[in-house]
Design a binder for this molecule. Structure first.
Ligand code: SAM
Length: 265
């Protein structure tokens, strides 16, 4: 199995450091170019080419300084492959029958939404609401601009929003919620998020589901009180997504969890 972009992102900094620094220096000399623009040397992702949006780029944590105290726990930016997202949603949908709720009863929240590719993909399903939270203001701004363009066309869900806020301060809406997490941050914030979800679930009846992609801190999730493991499966990329992936990733893992509400409905 090929290593994922995320693993590479954390491992390869030393090896690639010199090249990356050089590229960054060169990019910073281009007038008006944002340092969060995609690398002009990398081919545009087919999703961006087709929909005329910008969700590209691989950005290291040290490029994402927002001034927030949680910057130091960020894992950087890289967007989910569309085929991985759709595979994860298909897997999760199979688990919904057990709850008595349907997909359109759920609010979808991308925790660390970056440039908003997952928000756009989620809006192709009839979720009750699609919400993204992003710590870095410039990334959140790109997500908002993408959504303005995206929502000019008919979408299954039109209540789609990207907020510039920290994962630990987002208000979890009432009713069934599904959280999407693709390695946004390190252990400390994962623990903070799980602690908060466990407390919130004691005061509600509806479930909080978790779609966890490349679940690096799976052990922590499994230790969370009342958390139920629903599935744990590899999801294959389409050849198009593998070709577009900076590391040629062919498959990634997805774990699904459900935190039932403690109150009676
Ligand atoms: C690996 S990217 C995933 C982007 C998107 N969810 C996707 O799958 O396409 C993780 C994102 O989480 C953001 N992030 C990191 N720490 C965060 C925090 N404490 N609160 C909100 N967002 C955070 C990063 O800035 C980055 O954009």
């Amino acid at each position: 199995m090929m290593s994922t972009a995320y693993a590479w992102l954390t491992r390869s900094f030393d090896v690639q450091g010199v090249i990356v620094s050089l590229r960054r220096t060169l990019r910073s000399t281009i007038p008006h170019a944002s340092h969060l623009d995609p690398d002009p040397d990398e081919p545009q992702h087919p999703f961006d080419r087709t929909h005329h949006v910008d969700t590209g780029g691989l950005f290291y944590p040290d490029q994402l300084n927002s001034g927030h105290q949680h910057d130091m726990h960020s894992a950087g930016y890289y967007a989910t492959a569309p085929s991985l997202f759709r595979g994860a949603i298909a897997l999760w949908q199979k688990t919904c029958a057990a709850t008595g709720y349907r997909l359109n009863d759920y609010a979808f929240i991308d925790i660390g939404c970056g440039k908003g590719r997952v928000l756009m993909l989620a809006s192709e399903y009839p979720f009750r609401q699609v919400l993204g939270v992003e710590l870095h203001p410039e990334l959140a701004g790109v997500a908002q601009a993408n959504l303005r363009h995206w929502l000019r066309h008919k979408r299954a869900c039109r209540d789609v929003l990207a907020l510039n806020t920290d994962a630990l301060s987002v208000a979890i809406p009432d009713g069934p919620v599904v959280l999407y997490l693709f390695n946004s941050f390190e252990q400390q914030i994962v623990i903070g998020l799980l602690t908060r979800l466990a407390a919130i679930s004691e005061r509600r009846s509806a479930p909080i589901d978790l779609i966890y992609i490349h679940p690096e801190f799976d052990t922590l999730v499994r230790q969370c009180p009342r958390m139920e493991l629903l599935a744990d499966q590899d999801i294959a990329f389409t050849p198009e997504d593998t070709a577009a992936d900076v590391f040629g990733v062919e498959v990634d893992r997805c774990s699904l969890y459900r935190l039932p509400g403690l109150l009676r409905a």
